[in-house]
Design a protein around this ligand. Sequence first.
Ligand SMILES: Nc1nc2c(ncn2[C@@H]2O[C@H](COP(=O)(O)OP(=O)(O)OP(=O)(O)O)[C@@H](O)[C@H]2O)c(=O)[nH]1
Ligand SMILES: [Mg+2]
Length: 445
Amino acid sequence: MVLDDLGDYLKGTLKKIANAVHIDKKLIKEVVRDIQRALLQADVNVKLVLELSKKIEQRALEEKPPAGMSSREHVIHIVYDELVDILGDSRELPVKKQIIMMVGLYGQGKTTTCGKIAIYFKKKGLRPVLIAGDVHRPAAYEQLKQIADQVNVPFYGDKKEKNAVKVVKKGLEEFKRNSDVIIVDTSGRHKLEDALIDEMKDIFKATKPDEKLLVMDAAVGQQAGPQAKAFNDAIDITGIVLTKLDGTAKGGGALSAAAEVGAPIVFIGTGEHAKDFESFDPAGFISRLLGMGDIKALLEKAEESFKGKDAEKTARRIMSGKFTLHDMYDQMDMLKGMGSLKKVAEMLPGGFPGKGKVKDTDMDDTENKLAKFRVIMDSMTDDEMNDPSIIRSSRINRIAKGAGVENRNVKELLKYYKMTKRMMKGFSGNRKMRKNLMKQLDFGN
Ligand SMILES: Nc1nc2c(ncn2[C@@H]2O[C@H](COP(=O)(O)OP(=O)(O)OP(=O)(O)O)[C@@H](O)[C@H]2O)c(=O)[nH]1
Ligand SMILES: [Mg+2]
């Protein structure tokens, strides 16, 4: 895996979130600082890091988790989202007949990448071929020929011809039939100079490629941005291949800078060998970097233990005799989470909500009813939840409308609340009963 250090650091940070008892401002600030430090160490642009951390902080503090998501999960998802965002759009080369022209500065990995792309399309069931359009470096012909032999694809080159356009034209003619993906290697220069641009344009005219892929060594770090921009301005590149991500701690810089240019990163090279190559998908990349699979398992475990703690807190509050609709809401959540509604119902004086021994069908009705109650409570204000006695007819109208139910359903909820409150009072007044319930709920006392 590339960017190991960055990955380890970020994983540690996410674990901190997953294991936190409370997600508060202090923790979020700490997490954001951790992320800043990690990204700066991986050479991501300072301005970008600041923008990103500001966004994470703002979203984590202001956004409410969507239904069914805990606040821990939510913050982790925000971090993930924003990291994916800085890696730009995802694009895969289409699996179809096409001509691909490789461009880039000297020694960046163009020729090696030709072989890797040939394998990529071979695996997709297409017939790739290679053309040696680098006529300047004497060894370039041999190098590409060797690669073609290794990956077992047809090759065209002319060792004696010094005109790249002529070679490419002949190669295209040769492969007009019996090929699907024609990959044209070109020569590099030390810098983006007129001679390189002129030759690129000539080859471009002769080739009419579908794709112009810029190959860049990730070790250039943030220089990847300006470099990609210069090539893009000159010949409109359609994709970027970042190579040698295995050999640099600056990978974060190259990845984020290249992504900013507007041409998508389509592949990354992670080693010298043909197998060290992958399609670049920002979401998948970040997911792996953060170890999202592990984090998910960790979160599930943490949620379970938190649920226990929250439930205990709610139970103790209820026992203390103070009982609002908020408490009832929590209590309903708690009971649902524990799946022990029946157990509790049977202990309640007079049953719950009816009388006598509780039947399973009664319990199903109760579950349905509770789900409806929850929707109704969701359309109440905080004041109403804290002090349900203020809910009179005009409020009942509004709440029913908001929840999409009948007025009688709201009244039913209020009746149920009063009844439960009375029962809770009974509990709080009766030490033995209280102790018994706590024990039944497995909280000891
Ligand atoms: N570690 C590592 N090395 C790579 C990767 N890609 C290419 N290389 C190595 O980088 C060196 C240069 O690669 P080439 O493919 O010859 O580069 P080029 O852009 O064709 O170079 P010129 O044709 O001379 O401009 C070779 O030694 C490759 O083995 C990669 O992803 N990881
Ligand atoms: Mg080359």
